[in-house]
Write a protein that binds this ligand. Structure first.
Ligand code: ZN
Length: 93
């Protein structure tokens, strides 16, 4: 699905419509030292280590894609509610 790189949209901070840059949100790198990661690694150790069944067949064929909107005037970033599509491409219009 093609999406425009720039949109004219309401900015709640500027309280008016401004030109906003669109980018796609990507999850950050997982830290091995995070408490959840350490606990999970500890639980998985040893005999009978797998705590929950591994997902054999995923029910969904798509993932939710979140867009980040950056206001060109105040530089504030907003997340747009994710929509389910296979692939999103940003194109200049
Ligand atoms: Zn703004």
């Amino acid at each position: 699905m093609n999406m425009p790189k720039q949109v004219r949209r309401y900015c709640p901070k500027c309280k008016k419509h401004t030109l906003q840059k669109v980018s796609i949100y990507k999850a950050g790198k997982r830290r091995g030292s995070a408490i959840g990661e350490r606990r999970h690694a500890e639980d998985k150790k040893g005999y009978g280590g797998q705590k929950f069944p591994k997902l054999a067949k995923a029910a969904k064929t798509t993932k939710k894609i979140t867009q980040i909107l950056t206001c060109s005037e105040c530089k504030k970033k907003w997340h747009k509610l994710g929509i389910r599509i296979r692939k999103m491409e940003l194109v200049a219009q």
